[in-house]
Design a protein around this ligand. Structure first.
Ligand code: B12
Ligand code: SF4
Length: 512
């Protein structure tokens, strides 16, 4: 069967800082290919809509699968699905990915027949049986499949992550994927899931708070196939278990692989497993992203981050001493006033780290979706990208964006434009000579992307598709299982939760 797998275009964040290969889709593609299908991959982050329509005419796929990880891409995917059905009426259209898994019914309603089914949960185990059922019948009985006729059994969880290495060869224009100076940059997965349970996040609810690993040998094999000199490790929290980080590192050394790496982790994990991060520094780890989220104890407690401000600041010290370039995130609430923004701005100006600011956004699949007492001010999917305010702002909305962008601009002043050129002149010149322009282009784009008029103006756009609001009656604390896409094997989940308990205990012991 001819299968075309499609990733939608960039959101604000990826218009500027980075653009990464659609790793999940590449893994789904590989599963379909192993089952004998002819698969192509199309990424609208690096190709345009006209190219997509041409691809449809030329390849004439019998089935098209869209990846919908980001809620803000919903309207785009709905329009693409409709366009696809218009051009190829007999083509079977399906949609999978993180966000699609939390709002399957409403997507089918909006699509008015243009989407044949939604795939909830991990795509690798179910895509081959789905493609078979498209030909032979029985789609509605498959696990994780939702059609207009109803939902099949709960989704299957992949029990062996080693089996489907991503089909990287299917991604075109790979030179367009980058993050900062890591240009070009591939992506790689070491582990899947997160054992913590922060209330604003759906990474843990998607995987039922489980945590699974790819073996060091398979990671080594995958890395060895990567042509790019840089790799973005997509794990939610890298190196939770120090022994795994060491084993992967040894495999990389054994194979003589030399690359530069970027990863995301928690401050307490960095503090606890310093030797792993120091070892990885030697292996080429250069950048890390720490989800600080809040500077004060109360803010951290509210989102159940299970870390203290003092640990966060200690971790920053450790990362500085080790010589990493660190980016971190603070969540701005829509109730922030000028004073609050000023405090954050002053702090951001005084630290060497790259400080990102995102806006508190309740997403379907998060605990806050069910507990947030404030009513959403917009149900426009496109605004659910953590760069827009969808809760009532204390400041007038336009003023809120002015303060937000003024605070985000600290990053621009310190780390982009001429400030960046001074520190990276040799790298920038080398990249340009190699024909890699992503990094250099990024340096002067800030005001084009982050702009209060643009962000405010987005609220005034005509809304074609609206998100179903959260239930009227909010809950104090929903049972986690209510939020899960995957109900994990109890043993996997128990092991994951034990990890968090271990971190908690170590912290308490240290405090005594
Ligand atoms: C890596 C990552 C990124 C990468 C982008 C990767 C990419 N090109 O897609 C970067 C760093 C650029 C990024 C940016 C952002 N991200 Co992000 N990101 C992640 C992260 C940590 C891992 C995703 C990943 O690669 N996983 C590994 C692969 C193998 O899994 P996967 O992609 O989920 O695919 C599997 C399934 O979803 C499914 N599947 C996926 N597609 C399809 C398609 C079909 C047809 C089928 C059948 C199945 C299927 O099968 C795959 C294999 O099992 C997730 C958290 C998470 N754990 O999911 C957040 C996450 C997806 N990001 C999130 C957000 C908010 C953002 C930003 C908006 C943040 C910002 N600061 O602005 C931006 C937007 C970027 C954009 N689109 O332009 C939220 C999404 C919230 C939502 N509901 O919309 C998440 C869930 C994080 C969170 N804590 O809540 N992100
Ligand atoms: S630690 Fe990170 S990935 Fe895990 S639940 Fe919290 S925010 Fe989400």
């Amino acid at each position: 069967m001819k299968v075309l797998l499609v990733h939608p275009s960039c959101l604000m964040y990826s218009e500027l800082f980075l653009r990464l290969e659609p790793l999940g889709l590449e893994r789904v593609a590989q599963a379909a290919r192993l089952a004998g299908h002819e698969v192509r991959l199309f990424d609208l982050q690096v190709c345009d809509r006209q190219d997509y329509l041409r691809e449809l005419q030329e390849f004439r796929p019998q089935t098209v699968g869209f990846s919908l990880n980001f809620l803000a891409n919903v309207p785009e995917v709905l329009e693409l699905a409709k366009e696809t059905k218009r051009l190829l009426p007999t083509c079977f259209v399906f949609v999978g990915g993180h966000s699609a898994s939390f709002v399957p019914q409403e997507l089918l309603e909006h699509a008015q027949g243009a989407i044949d089914c939604i795939v909830r949960g991990e795509g690798e185990p179910i895509t081959p049986p789905l493609l078979e059922a498209i030909q032979d019948g029985g789609i509605e009985t498959l696990p994780g499949i939702v059609t207009a006729a109803g939902a099949g059994p709960p989704p299957l969880m992949l029990h062996d992550l080693d089996r489907t290495l991503p089909a990287r060869d299917l991604a075109r224009r790979r030179h367009k994927y980058f993050i900062g100076v890591l240009d070009p940059c591939a992506s790689i997965e070491f582990t899947r899931g997160c054992p913590w349970d922060c209330s604003f996040c759906s990474a843990w609810t998607f995987y039922g708070r489980s945590y699974r690993k790819i073996s060091p040998e398979v990671i080594g094999e995958d890395l060895a196939r990567i042509q790019e000199p840089n790799a973005f490790i997509v794990d939610d929290v890298a190196f939770i278990h120090p022994e795994d980080g060491m084993a992967i590192g040894r495999e990389i050394e054994r194979r003589g692989i030399r690359k530069q790496y970027y990863l995301e982790t928690r401050c307490d994990v960095l503090l606890r497993n310093q030797e792993v991060f120091a070892y990885w520094k030697r292996l080429g780890l250069r950048y890390m992203f720490l989800g600080l989220e809040a500077l004060d104890e109360e803010g951290l407690k509210r989102i159940r981050k299970r870390v203290t401000p003092s640990d966060n600041f200690k971790a920053l010290e450790v990362a500085r001493t080790m010589g990493f370039t660190v980016a971190l995130n603070i969540i701005a609430d829509s109730d922030w006033d000028e004073d609050r923004f000023r405090v954050i701005r002053e702090w951001a100006s005084g630290v060497p780290e790259i400080v990102h600011l995102t806006v508190n956004t309740p997403y379907p699949g998060t605990e806050t979706w069910l507990t947030e007492a404030r009513r959403l001010t917009s149900l426009d999917y496109r605004l659910f990208d953590v760069q827009h305010a969808v809760l009532p702002t204390t400041l007038p909305l336009k003023r809120f964006y002015e303060e937000l962008v003024k605070t985000q601009a600290v990053l621009n002043r310190k780390h982009l434009g001429w400030a960046a050129v001074r520190g990276t002149f040799a790298t920038a010149s080398r990249l340009l000579l190699q024909g890699q322009t992503n990094f250099v282009r990024m340096l002067w784009k800030f005001s084009q992307v982050y702009n209060p008029d643009r962000q405010y103006g987005d609220h005034l756009k005509e809304v074609k598709y609206t998100l179903s609001p959260p239930p009227e009656k909010q809950e104090a604390k929903p049972t986690p299982v209510k939020l899960f896409v995957h109900a994990p094997a109890a043993a996997v989940q128990r092991a994951a939760i034990a990890d968090v308990a271990m971190f908690q205990q170590a912290k308490e012991e240290k405090a005594q």
